[in-house]
Ligand binder design. Structure first.
Ligand code: HEC
Length: 462
């Protein structure tokens, strides 16, 4: 093991503290065993018989890459723990930067190569990684500002038009520590049926907000929400695994640090009836003693008519929760669970029309902290396969919804499939209260000591 690794992990602990990051989930999220493996693998190779380019400099070669792939978070007001905006800043932590890009910890982009192209992909090409690493190894030269060809940094994108903003009814500060999963209910004010065509979640307090999921609950289900709220003495209701808790919900969007939140694909919208409610599932991660309260809001782009309705196709084996059949024995380092079905037959009340092809727009995948890798794909009628999402190194802290640059056609007779691989070995356990937990038998559930294997596709009919 080398000093870079030790240093970067130590650093991670520090920045995490500062960030109110993912302490509970260090086991998988941060400084995970796979990081360490990656490092030792790269160090197992003979030091360097590769070609190190030595004519690289900051302004000409490195700044353009950082501007595109790093500064959305590592600049003033961004969620990164430090800025990478000047030569001095980058040079002062150059080895850490080289290590973070070499091991692909940074930028935090989950999907692997060779599957689909996604909107907002910030990952680096092998050539860009080599440029940064070579620059560091050849002395991190500054060059001349006149050689700067970089484009201005890209800020995370927002929706193109804000028609309505809803806020949590009151600020909330009575967080359970270190993690609190709480759902807040907000009235939908429109008196006619409307379509949501884009959403943008704005966290109220970035020091504690770790993850937000927004869903719509239709008028026929709002009584159940009221019951959940009434049973809980605090505002809203507690909800670890999902906002649903037995209620039928429609997913709207999710927020993780750095995520762009853009309009839904052209013309597509999610219908919302008058009398509906919006539920925000907040994951708060609280490390400091008395954090400021949070009052998160969500903005919407709304239209009264749309060309297409955006629909959801769930990916889950209904037997997993029903019969507790998603077993992950204690100590096992590679446990796979997979499921596929014909979407025309339908699942959980959602289906595609039998005879019509549909266009898949987005894919997302959800596991908890013992998730190791996961994928979603189409099993074509002719026996071939189309990869939709491949996450080679699952990180609970950076899950998102990925939108295809080119929507993918799903034709009658095709099946959709999901596979999750879990690592429940002693090395891959979360650290809770400073102590690495012992592996226990896991199964499907909403708790921190439960797992999930859940995917979702959104689609429009052709
Ligand atoms: C989506 C936001 C985001 C982007 C984009 C991003 N970072 Fe980070 N970065 C973070 C956050 C948040 C942390 C704090 C640690 C964590 O949560 O993993 C971090 C931590 C780091 C660290 C210290 C911890 C470690 O893993 O070594 C380095 C170095 C770093 N980033 C470099 C980069 C570089 C270089 C890029 C671009 C190639 C980049 N980051 C892009 C958000 C981002």
């Amino acid at each position: 093991m080398n000093t870079t690794t030790t240093k970067s992990l130590g650093w991670k602990w520090m920045v995490l503290g500062a960030l109110a990051g993912c302490l509970v989930f260090l086991g998988t999220g941060c400084g995970s065993p796979s990081d360490i493996n990656n490092n030792s693998n790269s160090n197992a190779n003979p030091p360097d018989n590769r070609n190190v380019s030595t004519d690289l400099n900051y302004y000409k070669d490195v700044k353009p890459i950082l501007n595109r792939s790093c500064l959305s978070c590592h600049s003033s007001g961004g969620i990164g723990p430090f800025e990478l905006t000047s030569y001095e800043q980058v040079k002062s932590i150059k080895s850490l930067v080289a290590d973070a890009v070499k091991t692909k910890r940074m930028p935090p982009w989950q999907p692997g190569d060779g599957c689909q192209e996604y909107v907002g992909d910030s990952s680096l090409s092998e050539k860009e990684i080599k440029t940064i690493v070579d620059w560091v190894e050849s002395g991190a030269k500054e060059g001349d500002p006149s050689e700067d060809q970089s484009q201005p940094p890209v800020k995370p994108q927002g929706i193109s038009r804000v028609d309505l903003t809803l806020k949590m009814n009151e600020a909330f500060g009575k967080f359970k520590t270190p993690d609190d999963y709480r759902c807040f209910v907000v009235d939908w004010p429109k008196t006619e049926k409307m379509f949501i065509t884009g959403t943008q979640i704005v966290p109220g307090n970035l020091k504690v907000v770790h993850h937000v999921i927004a869903v719509v609950v239709g008028p026929s289900e709002v009584d159940k929400l009221a019951k959940l709220e009434a049973q809980d003495p605090e505002p809203g209701y507690e909800c670890y695994g999902s906002p649903a808790q037995g209620i039928r919900v429609t997913n709207l969007s999710s927020w993780v640090p750095g995520a762009s939140q853009i309009d839904f694909p052209t013309g597509a919208g999610i219908p919302v009836e008058p009398g509906s409610k919006i539920v925000l599932q907040m994951h708060y991660n609280v490390l400091s003693g008395s954090p400021e309260p949070d009052q998160t809001s969500i903005s919407f782009k709304i239209d009264s008519k749309v060309d297409k309705v955006l629909k959801l196709l769930p990916l889950i084996n209904p037997q997993w929760p029903l019969t507790q059949s998603m077993k992950i024995p204690a100590g096992v380092s590679e446990q796979k669970h997979s499921f596929s079905y014909d979407p025309a037959v339908g699942l959980l009340g959602q289906s595609v029309t039998k005879s019509k092809p549909v266009l898949i727009q987005t894919a997302n995948l959800h596991m908890h902290t013992r998730g190791k890798s996961g994928k979603i794909w189409i099993k074509r009628k002719d026996g071939s396969q189309t990869c939709l999402l491949n996450i080679p190194r699952w990180d609970f802290n950076w899950q998102g919804q990925y939108r295809f640059k080119t929507p993918v056609l799903l034709e009658p007779g095709d099946q959709v499939a999901i596979e999750c691989t879990f690592d429940n070995s002693a090395e891959n356990q979360p650290i809770i209260g400073g102590k690495k937990q012992k592996p226990v038998d896991l199964n499907w559930g909403e708790g921190t000591n439960d797992e999930m294997c859940l995917g979702g596709l959104t689609f429009v009919e052709q």
